[in-house]
Design a protein around this ligand. Structure first.
Ligand SMILES: O=C(O)C[C@@H](Cc1ccccc1)[C@H](O)SCc1ccccc1
Ligand code: NI
Length: 186
């Protein structure tokens, strides 16, 4: 299983590299990685397991964060209530944002990152709505429109595949400012 010891931290060059596209059919190694990444997210969102293995909660994990420079990320956005179905639960292979809204949005509490141990205050402006294309483990193509929180999470993860970290988007001079018209998501 993946634990925090497997997650590389800011300063490791893999986090700043452009990850490589994955070829189909997936190797057994890539299938195991996909499974293990989603399992990490499920474990990290389970209070008992997270406590036992000292896991930081995560709603997304990208392969470069476990030092694998490949275009794969797991996303697990839980439902509102504990017993609700997840809002978005997929392993995204070779994800691409096909289109994005001019409208921007930023999380009111800013962002964190499992690969960044320090708190970095500030708004992270992202596109409020995106049209996402990805391939699943069997090579099937998916296209979905996402908005608000799920869209923010997916953009954070795709950034990881392109060597971008959340704080790259924060206004250096005035961290708590955003471009005019940006929606602040509470
Ligand atoms: O480091 C990662 O990629 C996982 C991040 C993803 C993320 C952070 C902020 C905003 C969007 C996505 C972790 O999920 S950070 C911890 C966390 C846990 C639950 C909810 C929000 C953030
Ligand atoms: Ni991150």
């Amino acid at each position: 299983m993946i634990t925090m010891d497997n997650i590389i931290r800011d300063g490791n060059p893999t986090l700043r590299a452009r990850a490589k596209a994955i070829e189909f059919p997936l190797s057994e190694e890539d299938k195991k990685l996909a499974h293990d990444m989603m399992e990490f997210l499920e474990n990290s969102q389970n209070p008992e397991i997270a406590k036992k293995y000292h896991l930081r909660a995560g709603v997304g994990l990208a392969a470069p964060q476990v030092d694998v420079s490949k275009r794969m990320t797991a996303v697990l956005v839980p439902g509102i209530e504990d017993d609700d179905e997840p809002i978005f639960k997929h392993v995204l292979i070779n994800p691409t944002i096909l289109s994005e809204s001019v409208q921007l949005a930023a999380l009111g509490e800013g962002e964190g990152c499992l690969s960044v141990d320090r708190d970095i205050p500030g708004y992270v402006p992202r596109h409020d709505r995106i049209k996402l294309r990805w391939y699943d483990l069997d090579g099937n193509k998916h296209v979905e429109r996402l908005r608000d929180y799920p869209a923010i999470v997916v953009q954070h993860e795709i950034d990881h595949l392109n060597g971008i970290l959340f704080y790259d988007h924060i206004n250096k001079e005035q961290p708590l400012t955003v471009p005019e018209g940006t929606i602040i998501l509470e």
